[in-house]
Design a protein around this ligand. Structure first.
Ligand SMILES: Cc1cc2nc3c(=O)[nH]c(=O)nc-3n(C[C@H](O)[C@H](O)[C@H](O)COP(=O)(O)O)c2cc1C
Length: 157
């Protein structure tokens, strides 16, 4: 089973979760990066005109991606991101569109200040319906390795 863990992380929290998943699965990590990096000002959700606020007004807002991973031989794609405005950041939809990963098994995981993953998961399942989506997981720092393993078992089932 070849696992690709593709994640976007603006401030490092999702990157840490992705690394935990990589060590549990032996999967390959891929960092999703925008061509133009986000600055602290871009991430200010209290600013109605910040880049992130403007991007998140339209879930299909195109965000240029720096590079794409090699999907050759991948059996399971795990997509990780921070929750932005209760759902997946626009960069994730741009990434998935460009990746064009038809038919393979996939699941999402996210970190957040408290919001759940269900809206993000529904959005991804709707937009990228050719993938075989399994249940996603919001990962908090309290999640134990055992809980992560249980989730990975349901994804692999
Ligand atoms: C633009 C923006 C919007 C956010 N919106 C939410 C939200 O709707 N709900 C929530 O619980 N956290 C929200 N957060 C907090 C992040 O989801 C949380 O800090 C996350 O763990 C950051 O992950 P990262 O360090 O990998 O970027 C938001 C953060 C940013 C920058």
């Amino acid at each position: 089973m070849s696992v690709l863990i593709a994640y976007f992380s603006a401030t490092g929290t999702t990157a840490a979760a992705a690394k935990r998943i990589a060590s549990l699965t032996g999967g390959r990590l891929f960092k999703i990066e925008p061509k133009v990096p986000y600055t602290a000002a871009d991430l200010d959700w209290t600013d109605t005109n910040s880049r992130s606020t403007l991007e998140m007004k339209n879930p299909d807002h195109p965000v240029a991606i720096a590079s794409l991973p090699d999907l050759e031989g991948v059996d399971l794609l795990l997509v990780g991101f921070p929750i932005w405005w209760y759902r997946e950041p626009a960069i994730i939809n741009s990434f998935m569109k460009e990746l064009n990963a038809n038919g393979i098994k996939a699941a999402c995981f996210a970190t957040s200040g408290g919001s759940g993953i269900s809206r993000a998961q529904e959005g991804l399942e709707k937009r990228f319906s050719s993938l075989n989506w399994k249940p996603g997981l919001r990962i908090s720092s309290a999640e134990t390795d055992e809980q992560l393993r249980q989730w990975l078992d349901t994804v692999n089932a």
